[in-house]
Design a binder for this molecule. Structure first.
Ligand SMILES: Nc1nc2c(c(=O)[nH]1)N[C@H]1C(S)=C(S)[C@@H](COP(=O)(O)OP(=O)(O)OC[C@H]3O[C@@H](n4cnc5c(=O)[nH]c(N)nc54)[C@H](O)[C@@H]3O)O[C@H]1N2
Ligand SMILES: Nc1nc2c(c(=O)[nH]1)N[C@H]1C(S)=C(S)[C@@H](COP(=O)(O)OP(=O)(O)OC[C@H]3O[C@@H](n4cnc5c(=O)[nH]c(N)nc54)[C@H](O)[C@@H]3O)O[C@H]1N2
Ligand code: SF4
Ligand SMILES: [Mo]
Length: 752
């Protein structure tokens, strides 16, 4: 595919507000994104965007932008300092921590939000040079449980092919609002219109997605384990499994069947609040389908029993053989791994599980706030706002304030930045080369290198340059060693490849600082503004070696050809084209079979028959879902509240029944109190909510300096209401969607 010539000032880039990173074209005026449209040439999104992309100028031209490195004074205020001072003081500070306490006491959090993973790729050189090891990011408060299950079952991440699935199942997932797969609303509309296709939604809320569903299984919050166990049990008890598939491709099915045979389906249906008839009908629909795709997301990943729910929902498609065929579930290629390979480690202080190399977000405060000798002493935060996005903001603030050194790299003065010793101002995602590593599709997987639309704002730097300066300041690489590589880069990629092998052969130590080496040597030879793409050369080589045929099918002869295509195709490239049977080769187990038996998880399924104490109480009778995705939420990416066209204060949604009991009407104010904190919110009475269930949106409670100089904080910061210890036993992932709470009417006191 070649890019069509661009007219006028229309430039291709991507939306950065969710993991889809839809291709857009932007008409640039001065330094603003004046007009925005979907990019038809983008190989994944094909012209699609949702409502949010059109508001991106609120990110680019945000009054909260940082324009100079900042250093905190003893009195807590900040002073602007120049880059050279900032770099040398920060490098020396981390060096001192490493020399005194060990480099592993330097903790790294973040590395990219929804659309900017290129910068974080360079942090590794600096961190490795210091001996830093522990890291984390938002994936450790959502996806680590699923990753642990995936690693056991087949050793990779799977995605559904919803575009072609006869039956699509969404478990705790509202793709109409939260998207997450290409062209989500188009695909959902196609499914809803086609009488031969079906949609099953498991969600306590009548979401926009649930409204389109053929089967809406309205579970009571937090009871998915019973619902999913009953569904898997129906497959076994009604003899609906694909025995041919299981015999050919799956180990351990008998052990699973043995447990599922004992599940009391009627009893479990009652416990999750779904009618047994509806539950059985949905399962029979799955079993009868040519193809089934399943998407699990935060509704189970941030709720009680989350890891066992991840396991159970995967049984639905594995027991029915919905793998390695059109419209079904797939393992996919990766361009850059999101998780570290290897087993489950433990955190130094609390001994929490480190899955995929990520420290559970919820234990971060406890790994700092202690006199344990192995506590984290210093922290780097890049492109993340953990003081606002991690459970228990108060504990996070206290912990971050106790660090000997905290450095934040961000575009804005965030809640986290305000606790830092140094804040480094990054160029925005439209002022530098950027890319997402959320490349999760099959059979066609895509990668998009975005070129910059503007020069970096004065005073800011792209992260690759920041990390290169910091690494240079450590003095760990002899620059003379890089000279031959620099020279070879000027002679083209073939010469560079040869010189690279020679240099690494002569000094294997360079491997430790690879992103730095690439940036310093290949970076200068790349077209203007694309130095930050240098690390992609290494990733392109790895990708071509990992999936040689799929990369060739996509039209790239080798790693260098792939890298050139990435540089040249401004709307993105397809980097792998797979055939369906490739799914089996992507299983990492030696026998290329799915390992279905997970004894821990099967033990959890057995234990579901025992009665459980309710997680709510007389004091906190309501289940609060703290952090729902809505039409105008986008994590913490947009700080300017003016981007929202409605729901500007992030209403607390409550059921008609609870509203009546509390004498609350839409527009009234309510106080919501949890074990961790209390906040006031505007109320929206909603027929979509079950009695006893309330929801607050994510991404609110960020402060913003208005044009008139006043600070505004619209909505409730969800993590002022969440607790660190409220988390999954296996993965440490938080139960944000299930926070026991009390709601009080504060309007009626003044006469409502
Ligand atoms: N508009 C918008 N889109 C986004 C984002 C955003 O901020 N705004 N963020 C992006 C990110 S980072 C992510 S991770 C994804 C998340 O995407 P989703 O997981 O789809 O988002 P949520 O709305 O947080 O939660 C999904 C659903 O879980 C349901 N739920 C609550 N409790 C339960 C329960 O006990 N059981 C079940 N089965 N469901 C329950 C909620 O009603 C909700 O509909 O969205 C991405 N897309
Ligand atoms: N209670 C509750 N908490 C939640 C959730 C929930 O549902 N409920 N959801 C969780 C989930 S799924 C997620 S993904 C996390 C997200 O929370 P975070 O991990 O904090 O990620 P973002 O909100 O994406 O934060 C993005 C930060 O990056 C900055 N930024 C933007 N562009 C750039 C750039 O180019 N360079 C740099 N250096 N910085 C940049 C922004 O200013 C912002 O501060 O929140 C989690 N927290
Ligand atoms: S928010 Fe997500 S789905 Fe919407 S346009 Fe942006 S990247 Fe695409
Ligand atoms: Mo997320």
């Amino acid at each position: 595919m070649t890019t069509t010539p661009l007219k006028g000032n229309w430039q291709p880039t991507a939306c950065i507000l969710c993991e889809c990173n839809c291709g857009i074209v932007v008409e640039v005026e001065g330094r603003s994104l004046a007009r925005i449209r979907g990019d038809k040439d983008h190989p994944a999104s094909q012209g699609y965007t949702c409502n949010k992309a059109l508001r991106l100028d609120h990110y680019q031209n945000n009054r909260g932008r940082l324009t100079s490195p900042m250093r905190r004074r003893p009195d807590g205020s900040y002073e602007e300092i120049d880059w050279d001072t900032a770099i040398s003081e920060i490098a020396a500070g981390f060096r001192r921590i490493a020399d005194t306490h060990g480099g592993d006491k330097i903790f790294y959090y973040g590395g990219g939000g929804q659309g900017n993973h290129l910068g974080g790729a360079y942090s590794g050189a600096f961190l490795k040079a210091l001996g830093s090891y522990y890291r984390s990011n938002a994936l450790a408060q959502e996806k680590t449980g699923e990753h642990w299950v995936d690693a056991h079952l087949y050793g990779g991440h799977t995605r559904g092919e919803f575009e072609h699935a006869e039956v699509s199942v969404f478990v705790g997932k509202n793709p109409w609002m939260s998207q997450s797969f290409p062209r989500a609303r188009v695909v959902l509309n196609e499914i809803a219109k086609d009488p031969s296709r079906s949609m099953i939604v498991i969600d306590p809320v009548i979401t926009d997605t649930a409204k389109m569903a053929d089967f809406h299984m309205r579970v009571r919050p937090g009871t998915d384990a019973w619902c999913l166990a009953a569904m898997a049990a129906v497959l076994v008890q009604e003899d609906l499994c694909d025995e041919t598939f299981l015999a050919a491709h799956v180990n351990g099915a008998d052990a699973v069947r043995e447990v599922l045979r004992e599940v009391p389906v009627a009893e479990f249906a009652r416990r999750c609040g779904v009618s047994e008839d509806l539950l059985r009908a949905a399962v029979r629909r799955i079993a009868a389908a040519e193809s089934v795709s399943v998407f699990e997301d935060l509704g189970i990943q941030q709720s009680p029993n989350s890891t066992v729910c991840s396991y159970l929902n995967k049984l639905l498609w594995i027991l029915t053989g919905n793998f390695a065929k059109r419209g079904a579930q797939h393992l996919h290629s990766t361009f850059a791994p999101l998780f570290r390979a290897g087993g489950v480690g433990r955190t130094p202080v609390t001994g929490a599980p480190v899955i995929g190399g990520l420290v559970p977000s919820n234990v971060v405060p406890q790994e700092i706030l202690t006199d344990h000798p192995d506590r984290f002493r210093a922290m780097v935060v890049e492109s993340s706002n953990p003081a606002h996005s991690l459970a228990d903001s108060a504990a996070c603030r206290e912990a971050f304030s106790a660090l000997e050194l905290l450095v934040v790299v961000d575009v804005a003065m965030t809640e986290t930045a305000r606790l830092a010793h140094y804040v480094l101002p990054a160029a925005t995602q439209f002022e530098k080369a950027e890319a997402t590593f959320f490349n999760l599709e099959f059979p066609h997987n895509t990668f998009h290198l975005r070129h910059r639309l503007f020069e970096p704002l004065e005073g800011t730097l792209p992260e690759p340059e920041i990390w290169a300066r910091l690494t240079r300041a450590l003095g760990v690489v002899d620059d003379a060693e890089l000279a031959p590589l620099r020279a070879a880069a000027r002679d083209g990629l073939a010469a560079y490849s040869a010189a690279f092998l020679t240099a690494l052969g002569a000094n294997p130590g360079l491997n430790n600082v690879l992103p730095y080496v690439l940036y310093e040597t290949l970076g200068p030879a790349l077209p203007e503004g694309l130095a930050g793409a240098a690390a992609l050369w290494g990733l392109a080589q790895k990708t071509a070696m990992a999936y040689p045929e799929a990369v060739r099918r996509a039209g790239h002869a080798d790693g260098n050809a792939l890298f050139e295509a990435i540089l040249n195709h401004r709307s993105g490239v397809t980097f792998t084209v797979h055939e369906y049977p490739d799914d089996f080769d992507l299983i990492t187990h030696d026998d290329r079979r799915i390992a279905l038996e997970m004894p821990d998880m099967l033990g959890e399924v057995r234990a579901l028959t025992a009665e459980r104490e309710a997680l709510t109480s007389a004091e906190f009778p309501i289940v609060l879902s703290a952090g729902e995705r809505r039409a105008y939420t986008a994590n913490d990416i947009l700080r300017d509240p003016g981007w929202r066209k409605r729901d500007t204060d992030g209403a607390l949604r409550i059921s008609v029944e609870d509203a009546a009991a509390l004498n609350l009407r839409t527009g009234d104010r309510a106080r919501i109190t949890t074990a961790a904190g209390s906040a006031e919110a505007g109320v929206e009475v909603s027929e979509a909510m079950l009695p006893g269930h309330a929801s607050l949106p994510n991404g609110f409670g960020l402060d913003y300096l208005d044009a008139d100089g006043t600070t505004r904080v619209p909505g409730v910061a969800p993590n002022s209401l969440t607790s660190s210890d409220w988390r999954d036993a296996y993965a440490g992932t938080p139960w944000h969607k299930h926070v026991p709470a009390r709601i009080e009417n504060v309007s009626s006191a003044v006469g409502g």
